[in-house]
Write a protein that binds this ligand. Structure first.
Ligand code: PLP
Length: 424
């Protein structure tokens, strides 16, 4: 069967996410993946330079993870997680406690990133409801992204993703991310918001806003904003769905902070891209807010596939790899390679700004978007033609490769970007 054929069959019945099917190109059929490489039907190779939305950090078809899942499915495939429990979930909670910030005490399971955020927001509102306090407002960063369910959409910055639903969203006050220059202003703005509203939670992507174009903000600034919120007993929710599991150089971006979040959301690299699963973790104090002789004060929120044993097995295998000597070495090698490449391109006339944190490299382009029609789409195709999968975000090209990417493969990614800088 040819590529053409799969593409045509795809068009018949499939509706793809984030796609305007009237304008979009055919979707590229992928038949196989290994390490950092994707293969199409004709045997063409593409380097997955963004680890398939930053999930497959240990590489596609990683043997240890595949084997862990295979063994798990032969032992215990799936059971409900209400009334029943199982060792993969128990062991995963134990292993997470070893790497999460030390105020985290309880693990609640969901099945994807958005539902992890949704559960976190509901936890925060119900925490105050249980105490008889009426708090109805969220605080969030402008340009944040937290997912596509209603609560998660509400916490996200307004964009074409959530725009059509604006009037149905939860009440949210948005503040800019802190930089060196604006911190005092933002602190004042935050204090005013706290005075005028009954705030329940502050939801944020710590240090790196992924979907916004891998935008960084200061740990010191975020730390101070968390402090202000926590003084008012507002629950701080760190959405580490993108930043978690080593991408910023530490296990979690929250490890750069002194003030620990009350609630954390994990997904994506949690299961190394092998299984949809997510976690909302929280402090003992948050959990205690649901303990009561009254049944209805419990957290009555569930997803059918909560704590799926296959996802837990994948996560356990992934955590074993995260700080293994081999992966640690590879993580710092990627960071060094990024920094070397930055030196090479930072004064290129088409480069407006470059940023590196851990294995994340972001390049803001200084190219008139209009000159090329839709620059982002043009770049996407340009890179694919050169065997590299990159999904530019607006004017930003970012690289966030699997930790196992080979040196030569990473060089090929840089070469494609340099060629783009010299072409557009
Ligand atoms: C991807 C992402 C989400 C949403 O996760 P889904 O699994 O796509 O629902 C939420 N927050 C952040 C920071 C993300 O990167």
């Amino acid at each position: 069967m040819t590529v053409e054929n799969l593409s045509n069959r795809d068009k018949k019945h499939l509706w793809h996410p984030l796609t305007q099917h009237k304008l979009g190109k055919p979707q590229l059929p992928i038949v196989k993946a290994k390490g950092a490489v994707l293969f199409d039907e004709d045997g063409n190779e593409y380097i997955d330079a963004i680890a398939s939305w930053y999930t497959v950090m240990y590489g596609h078809a990683n043997e240890q993870i595949v084997s862990a899942i295979t063994q798990q499915m032969q032992t215990l495939d799936f059971v409900m997680f209400s009334g029943l429990t199982h060792e993969p979930a128990i062991e995963l909670s134990e292993k997470l406690m070893e790497i999460l910030p030390n105020n985290q005490a309880k693990i609640f399971f969901n099945d994807n990133g958005s539902t992890a955020v949704e559960a976190a927001i509901k936890m925060a509102f119900q925490f105050f409801h249980n105490k008889g306090e009426k708090r109805d407002t969220l605080i969030a960063f402008e340009d944040g992204f937290h997912g596509d369910t209603f609560g998660a959409m509400s916490a996200s910055g307004l964009s074409s993703y959530n725009g059509p639903f604006e009037e149905f969203l939860l009440k949210v006050e948005r503040i800019p991310v802190p930089t060196e220059d604006n911190l005092e202003e933002i602190k004042q703005l935050l204090s005013q918001i706290l005075k005028k509203n009954k705030c329940a939670a502050f939801v944020f992507e710590p240090l790196v806003q992924g979907a916004a174009g891998m935008k960084f903000h200061s740990a010191k600034g975020l730390n101070e904003l968390i402090e202000i919120c926590q003084e008012e007993h507002i629950l701080c929710i760190a959405d580490e769905i993108m930043t978690g599991f080593g991408k910023t150089g530490k296990n979690f971006a929250s490890d750069y902070l002194e003030n620990m979040p009350d609630i954390m959301c994990l997904s994506k690299a949690l299961t190394a891209g092998m299984f949809p699963l997510s976690i909302t973790s929280c402090s003992q104090a948050v959990y205690n807010g649901f303990l009561s002789d009254e049944v209805h004060k419990g957290f009555f929120h569930a997803h059918t596939f909560s704590a799926h044993p296959l996802g837990c097995a994948a996560a356990l295998a992934g955590i074993k790899l995260l700080n293994s000597p081999e992966i640690v070495k590879k993580r710092s090698a990627i960071n060094r390679a990024h920094n070397t490449y930055v030196q090479e391109i930072k004064s290129h006339p088409k480069v407006a700004e470059v940023r590196v944190k851990g294995v994340i490299l972001a390049i803001d382009l200084n190219i008139e978007t209009e000159r090329y029609g839709n620059l982002r789409d043009k770049l996407y195709s340009f890179f694919l033609e050169r065997g590299v999968l990159l999904r530019p975000l607006g004017n930003t090209v970012y690289v966030l490769p699997p930790y196992v990417i080979k040196k030569g493969e990473l060089q090929k990614v840089y070469e494609a970007i340099t060629e783009a800088l010299n072409t557009f």
